[in-house]
Design a protein around this ligand. Structure first.
Ligand code: FES
Length: 156
């Protein structure tokens, strides 16, 4: 049995669940372009459109993982292209810190990925989703929500 088959079995035949926070102005438009261009990418993502990647509170990411997401992706405009000038740069700094926090909490920081996709990069959007899905598939299903619910149940 190939390693990739073992990994697929770990998900019980389902796609990994990945929450994708996309900024309205670039990455969401890139996703739209991928769709209208009929580009194929894994059906693993659930998109949440936000005004700017700088608006994403790290708590949203932690909450997504605790609610059963296997991975979270954040995508904004390329550096220099943010419609609010520096939101994406703030986001990038925030996510460096978040990754360290996840690691400290025993959560593999690779479950959270940050990227840039512009409105004209439908092809890149499809590639990024494929890559992110493959990375999460390699990590296997997340047990973060089970662990957090188990702790809550134990506390009762
Ligand atoms: Fe796209 Fe700020 S508007 S990252």
């Amino acid at each position: 049995m190939e390693n990739s088959e073992i990994r697929e079995d770990a998900f019980g035949g389902r796609e990994p669940r990945i929450i994708a926070f996309l900024c309205n102005w670039c990455s969401y438009a890139g996703a739209d372009l991928a769709g209208t261009s009929r580009l194929q990418y894994p059906a693993s993502i659930r998109i949440i459109r936000v005004p700017c990647s700088g608006r994403i509170n790290p708590i949203y990411i932690i909450k997504a993982l605790m609610e059963g997401a296997d991975g979270v992706m954040v995508s904004g405009c390329h550096p220099g292209d943010c419609h609010y000038l520096s939101g994406n740069l703030f986001a990038r700094r925030r996510f460096v810190v978040l990754k360290k926090l996840l690691s400290t909490c025993g959560i593999d920081p690779d479950r959270v990925q940050f990227t840039w996709v512009s409105a004209s990069e439908g092809g890149r959007f499809a590639e990024v989703i494929t890559q992110v899905t493959e990375n999460v598939r390699r990590l296997g299903p997340s047990n973060i929500s089970k662990n957090s619910k188990g702790k809550e149940a134990g506390a009762e």
